[in-house]
Design a protein. Structure first.
Lengths: 180, 320
């Protein structure tokens, strides 16, 4: 049969010669390879002191955006949850009461919104489905935890703080919200 | 019996049948959409103009084409009539124009609206409307009103199809609900916001083709595509007791009448199975219903998204 690759080597149990038996040439050969690699540029970085440059469309931890006036954009339409292939998103909605107009943009809002980060595959379909420009994936990395329940991110972790906005301008701006 | 050809398909119908009903006898793609016509409510139709079709030949006696597109819900068929619906580009273009007009005052709040997913205007907009609006003026706006304590009226979303007025006229005995003012200013209203407290007033939610009339007990509770529609029966003295319960896990989120593929309430034992307000708004306990099986949903409907037969079966075993 014809071989599939050219990497096949015929094994032989021929006894070693004296030159091979003293091993020193082989050790020197091995050390040469080591030395060659020591002089090369390192491929690794010292995380977390150093971080790599992320692509502008890197898909990391989600953020639920607020608008310019600090109101939550999310209206709990459920399109992200239905688009999610991993079924990681759940939400319940509530009606905005009188006097809450400064908190929520639309008359309906998500009273709870949870993403299971263990289920999430960071595909970005939720971001694509969102008609209100509320959910975005960011270049933040989901931190490691010891307990499984700590990976279920609720609104306290997902909604951006009013005084600490998450910049998503590097991501493509779809302009859906202006298209009224 | 008279012969009529719709989209090159020949069908024999009773004299006096409308083009729309003749097309429904063929079924499938040739059926024009209808936003205002409701076969179970006499007197409906002729308002929304979405069912416009081209009549290529009037009859055998007078085979001239009709110059304008005809509203198929209110035009009776003639022997030898040739009708074009799907096969006519003119119909498609005109229907797109009608949809654009319907959407002039209709807000784009589908992410909020409870009707989203089973809305006929959404389907039409998807099929015919373009993604952008050319309308620059302000949309007319109203505050949501309560009609009784169980129905919410969003006048913003209303397309003035008058179906709910016909429900109030024909199903309930005393009408306190109708359309006030004219033209731009027309709005559905109750007489000085009187509560409609008839036992069958809830059916105006089912007949509404858009999200203007919605169930307050289901308001913002969930989205239709997360719920499992199940056929259920109960012993009710007022109505047939045959309904669809929309379940999430073992909870009933809302109850509606059984609707056919045209969005109309089904006939069960030759009677239209309207359901009463007790069944619709009060019976949310799964033990009050005898759940007989999952409702058949078109595979392409958004409601069938993410639903697998095994899931529904499992849910059924838990309840039954």
């Amino acid at each position: 049969m014809e071989s599939l690759t050219n990497r096949k080597k015929v094994v032989s149990d021929k006894p070693m010669t004296l030159w091979e038996k003293i091993y020193i040439p082989a050790i020197v050969g091995g050390m040469m390879t080591t030395m060659k690699h020591m002089l090369r540029k390192r491929k690794t970085i010292k995380y977390p002191e150093e971080t790599r440059v992320f692509a502008p469309v890197y898909r990391g931890q989600h953020v639920l955006k607020r608008d310019e006036q600090g109101r939550e954009n999310c209206t709990a339409c459920g399109l992200c949850a239905v688009a999610c292939p991993a079924e990681a998103i759940t939400m319940t909605s509530a009606e905005r009461l009188k006097g809450e107009e400064h908190l929520y943009r639309e008359e309906k809002y998500a009273s709870s919104y949870e993403i299971n980060m263990l289920r999430c595959i960071f595909c970005g379909l939720c971001e694509e489905a969102c008609p209100k420009e509320a959910i975005f994936l960011t270049d933040r990395i989901v931190t490691t935890e010891f307990e499984r329940d700590e990976f279920i991110y609720a609104k306290d972790k997902l909604v951006e703080a009013i005084d600490d906005r998450i910049d998503i301008t590097k991501r493509q701006f779809t302009g859906k919200r202006t298209e009224k | 019996m008279i012969k009529v050809t719709i989209d090159d398909i020949e069908v024999e119908v009773e004299p006096g049948t409308t083009i729309l009903n003749a097309a429904r006898q063929i079924g499938g793609e040739v059926v024009p959409p209808a936003m205002c016509y409701y076969s179970k409510l006499p007197g409906t139709g002729g308002k929304c103009r979405t069912c416009l079709v081209e009549v290529a030949a009037g009859s055998t006696a007078d085979p001239r084409p009709m110059p304008k597109l005809m509203a198929s819900c209110s035009t009776a068929v003639m022997d030898g009539m040739v009708v074009k619906n799907k096969t006519s580009q003119r119909v498609h273009d005109n229907r797109g124009g009608v949809v654009e007009f319907l959407l002039i005052n209709h807000p784009l709040d589908c992410p909020i609206c409870d009707q989203a997913g089973e809305c006929h205007l959404q389907d039409l907009g998807y099929e015919h409307g373009s993604a952008k609006t050319r309308y620059r003026e302000e949309r007319r706006t109203f505050d949501p009103i309560d009609i009784g304590n169980k129905i919410k009226l969003h006048m913003n979303r209303c397309i003035l199809c008058y179906r709910c007025v016909h429900v109030a006229n024909q199903l309930t005995d005393k009408r306190v609900h109708g359309v006030m003012h004219r033209g731009e200013h027309a709005e559905i209203s109750t007489y000085i916001e009187n509560a409609v407290d008839n036992d069958f007033s809830g059916n105006m939610i089912d007949v509404c083709p858009v999200g203007a009339l919605t169930d307050k007990t289901f308001r913002f509770k969930s989205r239709v595509w997360f719920l499992k529609p199940m056929e259920a029966e109960c012993s009710c003295t007022k109505c047939s007791g045959k309904a669809v319960v929309w379940m999430f896990g073992n909870e009933i989120y809302r109850v509606t009448a059984r609707k056919d593929k045209y969005g109309e309430v089904e006939n069960i034992e030759d009677k239209t199975a309207w359901i009463c307000n007790d069944c619709r708004f009060e019976k949310k306990d799964p033990n009050a219903w005898n759940i007989t099986g999952p409702r058949k949903i078109d595979r392409h409907s958004v409601i069938s998204q993410g639903k697998y037969a095994t899931k529904i079966d499992k849910g059924l075993n838990k309840i039954g």
